[in-house]
Design a protein around this ligand. Structure first.
Ligand code: 3H9
Length: 694
């Protein structure tokens, strides 16, 4: 099999790319294309050419796995020059997704026909780079500068109908894209090819281009590529095509080896790798045809909507008719919003609504389900009581899942008499939108039950990360550790606004104190109260300020006061809070000294990596990439830093260890460097190459 082949048929030359799974433009594809183009050129039987792809999609881009290595010729830009330079018309027949270098191939063709469900786009910025094969120079010549910025600087994909409207598609095929492309190729055969490079750039309003740039860069705070993509597109108005191409190429080559691009490539592959858990290799998931969700509160409603949206019948159970009615309204609201935002097409919306039901018949719903997901109040006794009821009713071989963010899945499993069927599924709120789900493997969970959690997660469009039982699992355990360190720094001399500023500059959308105010200080207060009896009194945890604020009724945004005061929706520094922090510090015998932004960032980064190292050493997850995905998908960690463990490797573990020792000196017991961090730092190792062999 060749990755690209040429054949003559019916008076046309056909170039077919065939490189499963997504026809990435690897070296083999480029070499095959070079040969096929030569044949098309020389073939007297071909008056025009159709370029199409085998398999499930048009070319989905350059082969990302080749990035960062020397580029073996022929390069994609050279291939595109050869296509565009042919003196026979070349028509791209696009099905699936034409992305990045794939879309650039299509842009270098002389016309484009899309199947009606196809989409096109330049997602390079999502990998920390810009298009490197003419995308920034050809696209604006077809759609205009502002629209090109709106696509290439955001990575937004456009569907066939919009592509037609924008002028990037010449036609949309209702039925058979190959037949329509062949028809168009024959029609164009007698005409000189329309080369995108020769088209004039349509006149545009600079204010519209500025607005498109601001919108794109505003959404991608901290990222360098979107602005560069916009600048390259703007160049088309002032320079020649050839000059634009060489500037684009230089910028692409510089970006592709940047730290941001490395981090975003890591994120891309890690998100796909997480679901392949080494110890579950070859384990078959159990059949899942029906799901029951217990509880129609915020989490239960969100989870059940995600399940129904994937077309899986789901029955939600509530305690009484009034609660069921409230649940119905909640679910209808979620479905409505998903339809309005375009997440569900009208047909998908109708199917999802039909797949969803809420009632009070516990036995019927639980008894019919292959997977039961409990989503009631986060209280171990309530959950245990419920699992005692579920266990005898659920059918043999059903998977029983508890949706919990902290609780001990093994303790819950222990009351069922069928612990092998029990797993945890930690969804994130809003559960119908957030992609992360931690799949918790209990000590006695059967591998097939865990694999069922993973498979269900994937079916409902989530990114499942399998972890073993510990307090807070991966995400909340690390959160607990670094938040405690931050709270101690706050007492030691920090201010909420200073620490928020430092971490927002690091790349978090919101700093920790702004987040606390948004989530509600009552939540943290309640959890701290429940943990109080087991807390080591010798350990500082910095939570006293939060406790006092909560006791004062300052619950955050919802009460207009928390770590900040809220005036017309805006955060304002509150001298009362400053005084309170100083008072707490005095009580604890702490002499406050200014905490600079650099220390806040170094401490946060070190504690995240340190707790991550403990999680790895304990075998909670097998790979550092699992932790990175949890943080990228569930906790707003900046994607251009690749996740906390990738970031630690980038900084270097020697430095992280030195920072951790500094934190330990400032924060005291509980913040000692983890043995694995010490081991790796001292041996020159990295988290990326460390794997727990279990
Ligand atoms: C670019 O083009 C730069 C140019 O401008 C300049 C050149 C000079 N390369 O996502 P899936 C793998 S930058 C290598 O699970 P889906 C993927 O890792 C590129 N491998 O399927 C996975 O492997 P595995 C611009 C790739 O159906 C398998 O294919 N393009 C590539 O859910 C299936 O992928 C993009 O950024 C690739 N380009 O989604 C598009 N793409 O089975 C990136 C995928 O071992 N790709 N793989 O885990 C996507 O967005 C999605 O893969 C796509 C399919 C929507 C196409």
């Amino acid at each position: 099999m060749t990755a690209a082949r040429y054949e003559a048929r019916d008076g046309l030359g056909w170039i077919v790319i065939d490189n499963p799974p997504v026809n990435a433009a690897s070296h083999a594809v480029r070499a095959g294309l070079a040969e096929a183009i030569g044949k098309a050129k020389a073939d007297p039987a071909a008056s025009a050419v159709v370029l199409a792809c085998a398999g499930r999609t048009f070319v989905a881009g350059a082969d990302i796995r080749e990035f960062g290595k020397p580029i073996a010729p022929p390069s994609l830009p050279d291939i595109l020059d050869a296509i565009e330079g042919l003196d026979k018309p070349v028509v791209a027949a696009i099905h699936g997704t034409a992305l990045g270098g794939g879309f650039e191939i299509a842009l270098a063709c002389h016309a484009r026909v899309l199947s009606k469900d196809a989409s096109v786009g330049l997602p390079e910025v999502k990998l920390g780079i810009i298009p490197g094969a003419g995308g920034t120079q050809r696209l604006p010549r077809l759609v205009g500068v502002p629209a090109a910025i709106g696509m290439a600087a955001t990575g937004r994909m456009v569907g066939a109908a919009e592509a037609l409207k924008l002028g990037v598609a010449d036609a949309v095929a209702e039925e058979d894209v190959l037949a329509d492309a062949a028809r168009l190729a024959k029609k164009l055969a007698d005409m000189p090819p329309r080369r995108t490079r020769d088209l004039p750039v349509p006149p545009f309003d600079p204010a519209a281009a500025d607005a498109a740039t601001v919108a794109a860069t505003g959404k991608a705070r901290g990222q360098i590529a979107p602005k560069i993509a916009a600048d390259m597109i703007r160049l088309t108005a002032t320079t020649t095509f050839d000059d634009g191409i060489s500037q684009e190429r230089a910028a692409f080559l510089k970006l592709v080896t940047s730290d941001q691009a490395k981090a975003m490539r890591h994120a891309f592959f890690a998100e796909r790798e997480v679901a392949r858990v080494p110890r579950l290799e070859g384990v078959k998931p159990r059949t899942t045809e029906r799901v029951a969700v217990i509880g129609a509160g915020t989490m239960g409603a969100g989870i059940s909507v995600a399940v129904a949206a994937a077309g899986i019948p789901v029955a939600v159970v509530e305690m009484n008719e009034a609660a069921a009615e409230a649940g119905r309204a909640r679910v209808a609201g979620l479905f409505d919003r998903m339809a309005k935002s375009g997440r569900l097409s009208p047909a998908q919306h109708a199917a999802a609504v039909a797949a969803h039901s809420i009632g009070v018949d516990f036995e019927a719903a639980v008894g019919a389900a292959d997977v039961v997901i409990e989503a009631v109040f986060e209280d171990i006794e309530i959950k245990k009581a419920l699992f005692r009821r579920i266990a005898p009713v659920a059918k043999a071989g059903a998977t029983l899942a508890t949706n919990t963010s902290y609780l001990d899945v093994d303790a819950i499993a222990a009351v069922t008499g069928r612990a092998e069927d029990v797993i945890g599924l930690h969804f994130f709120s809003p559960a119908n939108i957030m992609k992360l789900v931690e799949v918790i493997e209990g000590a006695k969970s059967d591998p097939s039950a865990v694999a069922t959690g993973v498979a269900l997660g994937k079916r409902i469009g989530k990114i499942p990360v399998v972890c073993r039982v510990c307090d807070g699992f991966v995400g909340n355990r690390i959160l607990g550790a670094y938040r405690a360190a931050q709270d101690i720094l706050l007492e030691n001399g920090g201010t909420p606004e200073g620490m928020d500023r430092a971490l927002e500059a690091f790349g978090f959308a919101m700093g920790p104190y702004a987040v606390s105010d948004l989530a509600g200080l009552d939540i943290g207060f309640a959890r701290r109260k429940s943990l109080a009896p087991t807390r080591d009194p010798k350990r500082r945890d910095g939570g006293t300020t939060l406790d006092r604020l909560a006791q004062m009724g300052r619950f955050g945004q919802k009460t207009g006061r928390g770590f900040y005061r809220y005036v017309e929706g805006k955060r304002v520094v509150d001298p009362e809070v400053t005084a309170l922090i100083e008072e707490v510090a005095r009580e604890q015998g702490v002499t406050r000294k200014p905490v600079d932004d650099d220390l806040v960032v170094r401490a946060t980064r070190a504690v995240m990596a340190n707790e991550g190292a403990k999680i790895l050493a304990e075998g909670i997850v097998p790979r550092a990439l699992d932790i990175d995905v949890v943080y990228l998908q569930g906790y707003g960690y900046p994607v251009w830093r690749g996740g906390p463990m990738f970031e630690a490797d980038r900084v270097g573990l020697k430095q992280i260890l030195a920072d951790m020792r500094e934190v330990s000196a400032l924060a005291g017991p509980g913040f000692e460097p983890a043995a694995l961090l010490v081991e790796l730092a001292e041996s020159g190792g990295a988290f990326a190459s460390w794997t727990k062999r279990n």
